[in-house]
Design a binder for this molecule. Sequence first.
Ligand SMILES: Nc1ncnc2c1ncn2[C@@H]1O[C@H](COP(=O)(O)OP(=O)(O)OP(=O)(O)O)[C@@H](O)[C@H]1O
Ligand SMILES: [Mg+2]
Length: 467
Amino acid sequence: MPSSIAGRLTVWFCASAFSLVLVAAFVLYDAVRATVQWTEDQVLAQHFLEISSLLQTSKPDTDMIAHEVSAAANGHRQVLIRVLTNVRDLVLETPDMDKRLPATRFHAPAPSGTPHFETIDENGFRFRALSVLVPLAEGWPKDTVVQIAMDTTLDDMAVGRFRIVLVTVILLSGALCALVGWIIIRRQLSPLRRVIHATTSIERATANERLDTAGLPTELALLGLEFNNMLDRLEGAYSRLRQYADNVAHELRSPVNRMLLNVEVALSKSRDEASYRDVLESTREDMLTMAQIVDNLLFLARAESDEIQLQMEPVRLAEEIANVHEFYLALAQEKGIQLRIGADPELVIVGHAMLLRRALSNLLSNALSHTPPGQFIDITAHRDGARVVVAVADGGDGIEAEDLPYVFDRFFRGDRSRSSSERRLGLGLSITKSIVAMHHGLIAVVSTKGTGTRFSMTFPASMRAHG
Ligand SMILES: Nc1ncnc2c1ncn2[C@@H]1O[C@H](COP(=O)(O)OP(=O)(O)OP(=O)(O)O)[C@@H](O)[C@H]1O
Ligand SMILES: [Mg+2]
């Protein structure tokens, strides 16, 4: 089988068209041959009927029969007739019949009197022949046999010619099928070549180059459409990746620049030990920031590439919430914020305790930095059907509606002015989101500016209780 579609289609097209022509030609040939033979048999039967009606009169007239026989021989089809009695005694026959077709060449007639048609080849001629046993009237010897034959060489020649014409037509139509099939199929496939050409000329997914699907046949138009959709998705992914790389570079540049500047200023003239100490302190601070950024990014990258094989185990949520609460209690009190917890002690999910604590801490530390004194923060966990919902709600500043879709993006920090006082990376929520995803959960946020914010993490509940 050829490897190209055009080649394969041509082969299949030719094979089917050719076999169709072949079958049609065979049926036609057979029908013509049968018809010719039928016509010959009709002529033989006609002559037999005439002879047998003469034989079956009460006193058969030999002269009449002889006349009939010679008339048949003179007709344009030259019919040979022989009448025998007692199966083999010759009564009369067409002159020369003995030389052309001896009586013994005929098939012995059936005793029942059924006519027997046959084809006999003799001396290079072909005959259609009939032999019948005739039941006779009294006064005429029994077992009279009538043998009739007709030279069909001409008919055979005509059928032979017809056969040659048929074979020629078959061969020609085979060649024509191949040629026409190839041309049609190549033409029908030309849009495919156009698509391939257009695809090759698209160099970058980012460029605004798309396949022109106008005028393409339906199947290819669908393919082109899907291809364009894929380019769109690639373009989106590519620009997000570029944006991300830009962000990383940007975030790392500030601490690096600061370190450079500090070191250069320190080196510009000799200073006392305290000044060097200051420079080293602030350099250490910046290095810490950078280390944190790199650590967090590595964590996110590994979480996304499914590289981390988590040791999952049943986790009692009430215990983890109590842990986090204890850790942040002092800070909350210092800020004058009321930190409340409420969780069913029986609630268990299958997960990674340390990561779940990290996710909770991120939400809580956000809430603490966006909640004014005198307000509250609630950490709750409750069961909702087959799910467990863990929520951190605060009565704090809230998030601008236009910022809401981006809070889980890497490096997104809503309130930039605040970031100067605290070292914020804008990675906390993206890390929380990926931890929730590792636990096959979902995270959602509801927030109203000035009223408060509620982050809720929904996990599948563990069916078995822990311990
Ligand atoms: N409880 C909240 N109330 C108001 N705004 C919030 C709250 N939680 C998050 N945000 C907004 O979402 C932004 C992104 O939060 P995220 O935790 O990802 O980053 P970050 O807290 O700024 O930095 P990081 O957590 O990496 O130190 C925050 O900068 C803040 O603007
Ligand atoms: Mg945060």
